[in-house]
Design a protein around this ligand. Structure first.
Ligand code: PHE
Ligand code: NA
Length: 454
């Protein structure tokens, strides 16, 4: 049995790993994206398909990422190389790690812009800017923000600095310490908001919308969106979970740990939905409002409710924390690789990489103002970054990770790392990672392309 040491450090316990990986998973994907895509795709029908995807595709691939990371004990790029070599295969598998690290940068550059909007809303809520405003006025506030490159730049810069500041501290003094403070805060805020929405009067209507299964609302498109989102929401396909797995203690069980993380991510998405839809219905607003649901619809609702200013403020603080812990994990694969490869300290690496993503973020935020004329395959820069990462990079990365873990890494290694005690569970994982997950991901990938091109 091999256990290498990780030069970056390791999590103090299995529980810290669970919190850190949950911090990566729980982000804008859960609170901003999930409610609005569920709203647009028929509520309950969509939710059921999404849950199936999490279990059938997300969980086995997350186990694969954790096991490869923990076996390699390095950045995803170098772990893929090490584990490939240990299995007598080509070190060129490191390429999958490279594509993942690049995807992390691309996702970061628009994620940071959305996180910047969230920070702007924390300030706006604190100032009571949405008190008594109507939908039209709230729409104007949002569009004015998008049209103001200076404001966007300031908030984007603040977010990049916050993220790099945590990364700079390293695994134990940065990531672990931040996780231990931010994750409990996140869960307390979430429960508080859930309580608030339960007392808002339309809780039953919100629940019904989320959980009433109406097969007629189910389209192929909705199924594809659900599959793709299950990938994004679990931070899979680009190495974040692999990097965090490389800091995981050897004696912790991968299967149970991964199930816990996936369950927590799912619960947060559902609770976010249960907190948002009742507020939307109580104020007779449209659940299918799209990406503006969180930035236009919700502030209107908060502006008309008792205690709405305080809870609106807390809500956006919650979203900011969630985005923060996710963004840290987007950069960790790149940071760890540069430290290993160039032998530099985390400080200079974080400053350099921070500068690069800061510049890329400026390109993304210009999509709404001075750069709105730029069009790539008919999309602005922001939409293009969102599209190529969610629909191309992550599915492709996940497909290759599944193929790698299922067909390249020897059974001796996977059995050793997974250390399953219940008979049949290893075989089940093996079937999922070799056949079910790759086929499902290939289908999403191809259908998304056909959908977009055709
Ligand atoms: N899982 C995060 C979310 O739901 C986004 C993310 C994707 C983070 C990929 C890291 C890697 O918001
Ligand atoms: Na998520």
């Amino acid at each position: 049995m091999k256990d290498r040491q990780n030069i970056h450090g390791s999590w103090a316990s299995r529980w810290v790993f669970i919190m850190a990986a949950t911090g990566s998973a729980v982000g804008l994907g859960n609170i901003w994206k999930f409610p609005y895509i569920a709203g647009q795709n028929g509520g309950g029908a969509f939710v059921l398909v999404y849950l199936v995807c999490i279990l059938a595709v997300g969980v086995p691939i997350m186990m694969a990422e954790v096991l490869v990371g923990r076996r390699g004990r390095q950045s995803p790029i170098n772990s893929m190389r090490e584990v490939a070599i240990e299995a007598d295969h080509s070190p060129k598998w490191a390429l999958v790690g490279w594509i993942g690290a690049l995807a992390g940068f691309l996702i970061f550059s628009f994620y940071s812009v959305v996180a910047g909007w969230v920070l702007a809303y924390v300030a706006a809520m604190a100032n009571g800017e949405f008190l008594e405003v109507g939908s039209e006025q709230a729409g104007k506030v949002f569009n004015d923000l998008l049209a103001d490159p200076q404001a966007l730049l300031i908030w984007h810069t603040v977010f990049v600095v916050l993220v790099m500041w945590i990364l700079l501290g390293g695994v134990n003094k940065g990531l672990e310490r931040a996780t231990k403070i931010m994750m409990p805060a996140l869960f307390v805020l979430l429960l508080l908001l859930l309580g608030y929405s339960m007392s808002s009067g339309a809780f039953g209507q919100g629940l019904d919308f989320l959980f009433h299964f109406d097969p007629s609302a189910l389209s192929w498109h909705a199924v594809l969106v659900a599959l793709g989102h299950s990938f994004f929401t679990l931070s899979l396909g680009m190495g974040s979970i692999m990097a965090y797995g490389s800091y995981m203690p050897k004696n912790a069980s991968i299967g149970g740990t991964v199930l816990t993380i996936a369950a927590l991510d799912t619960v947060v998405a559902l609770v976010a939905g249960m907190a948002i839809f009742p507020i939307v219905f109580a104020n007779s607003l449209d659940p299918g409002a799209g990406p503006g649901l969180m930035f236009i619809t919700l502030p209107v609702a908060f502006g008309h409710m008792p205690g709405g200013q305080v809870f609106g403020f807390l809500f956006f603080v919650l979203v900011a924390l969630a985005a923060w812990t996710s963004a840290i994990s987007l950069m960790e694969p790149g940071v760890a690789w540069m430290v290993e490869r160039l032998g530099l300290k985390r400080g200079p690496v974080c400053i350099m990489l921070g500068f690069v993503v800061w510049l890329m973020g400026i390109a993304a935020l210009s999509s709404f103002n001075f750069g709105s004329g730029v069009s790539i395959f008919g999309m602005n820069i922001f939409d293009f970054l969102d599209f190529i990462t969610a629909n191309i990079f992550l599915p492709l990365g996940g497909l290759f990770i599944a193929l790698f873990a299922g067909w390249v890494v020897t059974q001796r290694i996977t059995r050793d790392e997974l250390a399953m005690t219940t008979p049949g569970v290893y075989v089940a994982w093996s079937v999922m990672i070799r056949y079910i997950a790759p086929i499902a991901v290939a289908v999403i990938f191809i259908f998304n392309l056909i959908d977009k091109l055709g």
